[in-house]
Design a protein around this ligand. Structure first.
Ligand SMILES: *Cc1c(COP(=O)(O)O)cnc(C)c1O
Length: 458
């Protein structure tokens, strides 16, 4: 074995051992301060051999690892990474391809193209859509809203890429009150400012009130307008009524963007597809790969119904670049980055490993396990606050203070990890189920741990 081969074998072995230990290990990390002092924080002058670097890396950072890839992490909707998707990413790192465009890596470009077409089929989106492989839903929201900004202003005769927003026609941005905070950050980054946002009241479950959406759109002036709706509220899992929202928004001439970071995956299963019926009517969509599809970080998709508009909003080139010639949009025209890792391989592998049925099963199983979690907690005397329509559960054990204390104690106990949230003015426990490896036994063990910890938390 060559030195390089031995090094890579060791690295893969370390990753595999970590993964295999996850079902038994506590989910929390060691407290940061108990291990941070051990790190040598002075940068050395001399080089270090690669195998020593690997040993030091493992010794230094292992105590701080969270078992987010394991079966009992319910803190955010982030899932674990599937075996084939992880292996593909390991290989992709070894291949070290730059996915800027097909000249720089024909393989990376092909993988993104194939994965994109599979993705559109799984989500039930029109096959002609463009898909930018971005870092996550934040990147996708920003990219899609840049595309929307380009389109609505171009329709008003304004070239925002050239002339910016100073003196531009006013763009109205209307979104549900329960939108994700990354929509606001995207508006900040795009120069709209978050105050531009006209919020629309949500219903009790957090989904947008479409009647109110109609009223808000009718009350302001007609002109360039972007409407942001959502599939998958981070607290309740509720999805906006996309069919009605798209009809209403399009009636007012607006561009409709769907933030479906995790919720859009409801489309992949017949059991949940009705929650996102009408999603194909929208103009752009954000969805994550690293959440419910269980691919490694950082993978998200900025999807647009009009590839040319998508590319017009983001295209750039320079004298030294090749493969960026117009008019056909190329990979680099669909994302805000230039050099980036080849995310197509891991997405291709995840979709290949699961197949269409496997994606549907993963979504369905997560929802069934979320209901099992809710039922178990309710049977133990907890209050389940939301209707469990997807993979999200909100639970309460008493007042705000008690709920925060229970969440913290559960995190410390280590059987599982889940977080707290504020919903309708109340502090609650928030449980998200999205990992491919989570079983009924994991949920039952976690319910038992939560109830046990809650029972002794005053
Ligand atoms: C997680 C999430 C985001 C942000 O996604 P990242 O991948 O972390 O950037 C945006 N919107 C919703 C609804 C989310 O759940």
């Amino acid at each position: 074995m060559t030195e390089l081969s031995a090094l890579f074998h060791r690295a893969a072995e370390i990753a595999a051992q970590h993964r295999e230990g996850l079902p038994q290990a506590p989910v929390h990390a060691a407290e940061p301060m108990t291990w941070l002092h051990r790190l040598d924080r002075t940068m050395r002058d001399d080089p270090t051999p690669a195998d020593e670097v690997l040993s030091e890396l493992v010794d230094s950072f292992t105590p701080g690892l969270m078992a987010t890839a394991g079966p009992r992490f319910f803190g955010f909707v982030i899932g674990g990474a599937l075996p084939a998707a992880t292996a593909a990413d390991l290989v992709a790192v070894g291949w070290d391809q730059c996915a800027f465009n097909a000249v720089l890596s024909p393989a990376a470009a092909a993988a993104e193209q194939v994965a994109a077409s599979w993705l559109l089929r799984v989500l039930g989106l029109p096959p002609g859509c463009s898909v930018g492989f971005v870092t996550g839903a934040q990147g996708a929201n920003t990219t899609c809203l840049a595309t929307a900004r380009h389109h609505v202003l171009a329709e008003a005769g304004w070239d925002v890429e050239r002339d910016g927003l100073g003196g531009a026609p006013v763009v109205r941005v209307v979104a549900g009150a329960e939108r994700h905070a990354t929509i606001d950050r995207a508006l900040r980054l795009l120069g709209f400012g978050s105050a531009v946002l006209e919020p629309v009241a949500a219903k009790a479950d957090g989904a947008i009130d479409v009647g109110r959406l109609d009223a808000v759109l009718a009350s302001g002036r007609a002109g360039p307008t972007i409407v942001c709706v959502q599939a998958g509220n981070v607290n309740t899992g509720a999805c906006d009524d996309l069919l009605s929202a798209c009809e209403v928004a399009h009636h007012h001439g607006a561009w409709v963007h769907v933030d479906g970071a995790f919720g859009l995956w409801a489309a992949a299963s017949p059991a949940t597809a009705s929650l996102v019926a009408g999603l194909d009517l929208a103009d752009s969509w954000s969805v994550d790969g690293h959440k419910w599809l269980n691919v490694p970080y950082d993978v998200g998709f900025a999807i647009c119904s009009r590839p040319q508009v998508h590319a017009d909003a983001l295209h750039y080139t320079a004298a030294y670049l090749t493969g960026q010639e117009r008019p056909q949009p190329v990979l680099g025209d669909l994302v805000p980055e230039s050099s980036r890792r080849a995310r197509g391989f891991t997405v291709w592998a995840a979709l290949r490993e699961l197949g269409r049925q496997g994606v549907a099963d993963l979504v369905e199983r997560s929802c069934t396990l979320a209901r099992r979690f809710a039922d178990g907690l309710a049977a133990g005397g907890a209050e389940v606050v939301n209707e469990v329509v997807l993979n999200q559960v909100l639970a309460s054990f008493g007042d705000d203070e008690r709920n925060d204390a229970v969440v913290e104690a559960v995190q410390r106990e280590g059987t599982c990890w889940l977080g707290g949230t504020t919903w309708r003015g109340r502090r609650l426990m928030r449980i998200s189920v999205s990992g491919w490896s989570t079983t009924e036994a994991d949920v039952d063990r976690s319910v038992e741990a939560v109830l046990r910890v809650a029972g002794r938390t005053g």
